[in-house]
Design a protein around this ligand. Structure first.
Ligand SMILES: [Fe+2]
Length: 246
């Protein structure tokens, strides 16, 4: 039985465990259908005391699961339904849950969004957003949700030329205006993350600037995720994302 106490990972619906190899600092996925929970109890009341900062970061993680699966090369029409509804729920309820943790309707919406994000992970999975976020966690111990939030607007914008209609669908589902301009997409989605209280600068989270190049090399090697990204990313393009986010 699995019982989530945050609205973020959606692991209660998943078949994967992620472990960091201490020697290589690589984040490895172990997958088996035997790891699928027999029973998951998703009770939003268990998230009522999650502090605002954790609510915000985990909420953007759920959003990233949905958005990355939605724009993946392996996207599937059935999973798209969960993905776009998960994005809409985060757009509607994350600002409310951050403002008032006791807002039970908002907490219930986010619990569903997280579960829907979990439904996206098994059959489709994440793409470049998570791959580029991983070194923030493995090398600099930034929590997973926050890492994904810091990278989310950059990959959403970068992928736009390769998945324009779906990117615009994500923006609209979040309640933002749809644009086809990469800079506008990046800035509006970053502002949205800032508005839920996340400091979106890597520098504010003590990532050393001298490490960005090594992080880009490491992220580029995560082929299990990057190979499904709608647009190819070179190590230099990943480095540019880190520099822009710095
Ligand atoms: Fe995640």
């Amino acid at each position: 039985m699995q019982v989530p106490t945050t609205s973020g990972t959606g692991s209660e619906a998943g078949t994967r465990a992620l472990v960091t190899d201490p020697a290589t600092q690589n984040k490895l996925a172990v997958q088996s259908r035997y790891m699928l929970a027999d029973l998951a109890v998703v009770d939003p009341d268990l998230t009522l005391t999650v502090p605002p900062a954790v609510t915000a970061a985990t909420g953007v993680d759920a959003l990233a699961h949905c958005a990355e699966a939605y724009t993946s090369r392996k996207a599937h029409p059935l999973i798209d339904l969960y993905a776009i509804e998960g994005i809409r729920l985060v757009g509607q309820f994350l600002p409310r849950a951050v403002r008032d943790g006791g807002d039970r309707e908002a907490r219930a919406g986010l619990a569903l969004a997280s579960l829907y994000g979990g439904f996206c992970l098994g059959p489709v999975n994440t793409t470049a957003g998570h791959a580029v976020a991983y070194p923030l966690g493995t090398r600099h111990h930034i929590p997973h949700g926050l890492s994904c939030a810091l990278i989310f607007p950059h990959v959403l914008a970068f992928n736009a030329p390769a998945a324009l209609e779906k990117t615009q669908g994500i923006l609209r589902a979040l309640g933002l205006s749809a644009s086809n301009d990469e800079v506008i997409i990046r800035d509006t989605s970053r502002d949205w993350c800032r508005a839920v209280g996340i400091d979106m600068r890597l520098s504010a989270h003590r990532v050393p600037e001298a490490d960005l190049k090594a992080m880009a090399t490491e992220a580029h090697a995560i082929r299990r995720l990057l190979d499904n990204n709608p647009r190819d990313l070179s190590p230099d393009q990943i480095l540019t994302i880190y520099q822009t986010a710095y």
